[in-house]
Design a binder for this molecule. Structure first.
Ligand SMILES: [Mg+2]
Length: 282
């Protein structure tokens, strides 16, 4: 559904004294400057738009173009959970998906869920795994453009995942990320052993990578935009200058005020004030 002039006018009336700047025709607009605190402003506009399928986000104009992008992989940069795709190859998708869903909703600790899932993968051939990683990890719409545009404007980009390096290394290459960090599956005799090579990369590892890249590039936490959908992404989303919950699970939505539910990943560029004619296709 296009963003119509009528919807934009309703938003503008909800925020008197603001001016409208179109970032992309019929797609994205920003209003400012804000006199209200961001959450009050967001609620007023949300109420004014009723249930129209439009993302409404409120954040400071100052410093909104970020110098470091940190993105979760599964169900964020790619459209699938890689461990579920692996499970398909063994015919145990439902058992694995149930564990994944509980973990992403914060019901069981991440490390325990990872261990349970990987144990079920014991005996899978490495060649099968590589084929899955090559063929069953479709990028989310806008992922390549998000990375390419931020890099073209001088940002550093990192892919962080509680998944596996065998997947992140390939997605990193296809999408153009500078860095990737994830778990390494133990392989012996060409088959998965059902174990992860320690140390386990959990949500703590995502914050570790956040801190490592911020320090390495002489940045501040507010210079970071982070994007993710799962409970294990919340610490990095809350730490970043802009933390984006992307088509996120319910528990995540409750903890992260900036949410994209309608837009694709280029929404993370509009949040930074990029116009569509500044995008670099990736
Ligand atoms: Mg995810």
């Amino acid at each position: 559904m296009p963003l119509t002039a009528d919807l934009v006018e309703r938003a503008r009336r909800a925020l008197p004294e603001t001016e409208v700047e179109w970032l992309a025709p019929a797609e994205a607009v920003e209003l400012g400057p804000l006199e209200l605190d961001p959450e009050t402003a967001r609620r007023r506009v949300r109420d004014a738009l009723d249930a129209a399928p439009v993302d409404v986000c409120a954040l400071p104009f100052e410093g909104r173009r970020k110098q470091l992008l940190l993105a979760d992989m599964d169900s964020t940069i790619i459209q699938v959970e890689c461990v579920d795709e692996l499970a398909d190859a063994l015919g145990i998708r439902e058992r694995i998906a149930a564990i994944t869903a509980r973990a992403m909703n914060g019901e069981i600790p991440f490390a325990a869920a990872l261990g349970e899932r990987v144990a079920l993968l014991e005996g899978l051939e490495q060649a099968t795994l590589e084929h899955i990683a090559e063929t069953r990890t479709p990028l989310s719409p806008g992922a390549g453009t998000l990375v390419a545009t931020m890099k073209a404007h001088g940002a550093v980009t990192g892919l962080v995942s509680g998944g596996f390096t065998l997947f992140t290394s390939r997605v990193r290459a296809r999408c153009g990320f500078d860095h990737d960090r994830a778990n390494t599956l133990e392989i012996a005799g060409g088959e998965l052993t059902g174990r992860v090579v320690p140390p386990i990369q959990d949500h703590g590892a995502k914050v570790d990578e956040f801190e490592r890249l911020v320090a390495a590039h002489d940045l501040l936490d507010e210079d970071v935009i982070a994007v993710g959908d799962g409970a294990n992404d919340v610490p990095m989303l809350q730490r970043a200058g802009i933390g984006v919950a992307y088509r996120a699970h319910q528990k995540v939505r409750a903890q992260v005020p900036i949410r994209l539910d309608v837009a694709d990943l280029t929404g993370a560029l509009y949040l930074q004030g990029y116009r569509r004619d500044e995008f670099v296709e990736g």
